[in-house]
Design a protein around this ligand. Sequence first.
Ligand SMILES: [Zn+2]
Ligand SMILES: [Zn+2]
Length: 547
Amino acid sequence: MSHYKMPLAEYVYTEHFGEMNVAEDVYSSFTDKKNSNDQFLYVHGLLKEYDWLPTKSDGYIRLSQAHRRWRKRLKKNLKKLGVFINMDCTMANKNNDTSDQYRLRGNEAFKIKNYEESLKMYTQSIMTAEIDSLNFALSVANRSATLYYLEEYEHSLKDIDQAFKSKRYPLQKNYKLFERKGNCYRQMNHISIALEWYSNCLLHLNSNTHLTFVTKEKIKIRISEFVKKCEVVEENTKKINIKYKSFAKLKFDKNFGLSKCVEIRNSNEMGRGLFASKNIKPGEILIIEKPIAGVFKNSMWMFNCNYCFQRCLSAIPCSKCSQVIFCDETCLRKAHTSYHGIECSLVYPLKADPTVEPTHDLALRCFVQLINLMGVDHFCSMVRKYNEPNFSFDESSNNCFIDSTFHSIYALDGNETKRTVSNLFFMHCTASMMVSFLSLNEYYDIPSNLLGTVGVSLVHLLCIANLNSYASVELSKYIDKSNNNVSNRTATYDSVALVLCPAYSLINHSCDPNVIVQTYSGVEVTRAIQPILEGSQVNHNNFLNCT
Ligand SMILES: [Zn+2]
Ligand SMILES: [Zn+2]
């Protein structure tokens, strides 16, 4: 989002200090500082002086008055431009009333067979439902029905089990889930298991005292029809799903998925880049890799796991906040250890802040991941080493970028020296806000002697995220089924997340790109789209991916 062709946050700080009649002094003091450490500490002190930094009271992290005043002003101005911003921070909390509303909307969509919409609504209902509540049980059960009609039988089964596991699903309704389980297994051609669940369902009906005789008879007739169908084993055509799942099985090098036909080199004009080490034909795959870090674009996150980025339709929610989902307990646990433990209580109050951009979330994510991986002391010693004037990577081994996660993130270009003073100043302001939030967070402590180094590293990560991240696009899951003419179907792409990849980020930009990148269930695949001759540079154009 930009304001007067400037990032919103940059505009806010520039305006604020302009109105205070100190902008010029501030910028000249900022540029006069002798090193990046002093620059950061100066900005941090300045924001403190002008009441920009958040505080903590009654156990809650609160934005400062100046910050809140600006948020209000922005909200008003943007409203005039027709942009509505919801700044309600409580949205990140679980709330059964909200969950109810989403489920009702899901039910309405379900009734008119708009399964895609009901899938979205039920997922939102699951995310917002309070932990161990009836709401959660009802919503996963309803989602299992939607998934059944979307022919996502494995996901439907997973949701049915979630409903049972929650122990809150009403016993007298169990027959519905038994029947659905039978149906899923029948569709998957697991006939004997299907028959088992149908017979469980019939047993349950006999002992159910909540249903009338007539209703029970109706269900029994329906089930006997299904049992008959089981006897005629049908060839199950799972159409699109099979095609999609085959992508997810792509094998890639866990650390760095560079193909042998490319190598990292330094060129005088464009700095570090990726070069062809042999002739490459269009269609050849050059890189297969997982992003180092990624943050989801608001409306798309509910179908992809927040940890492994894989598409997942029967996801489980975070037990604390209502903002993220995961494939399963393993991803949830890994995410909590790696970053979400901190983010859960920290980042989401900021979500509603119009000056926080997705690249800021991404920078903070990189920082938190690295800190959790390395420990703050080791991290800071690496940052200091990196900032020494004579520091250089061991160029004899390009593996130095790959060997450690730190290098693969930190060695990316941030272009700090080429930025305008006002832009660099605003990166410092944002880093300063982040440092304050981190310091106020109960799970985390930055020793005061490391404040400068942490700030400097955040400025660098913000610049890296700003320069190297790109929107990861994925083929839409559902192709309009009503259109039977395959050749007329247009493939649509969803922009899923803002990601940072170690190898793809090494590729330089060109308006005549010779590669493109696409996402297959969280795996980024870079492919040649033009012949690339041995020795020439590989180039991408990120704007191709902008949707
Ligand atoms: Zn996952
Ligand atoms: Zn959470």
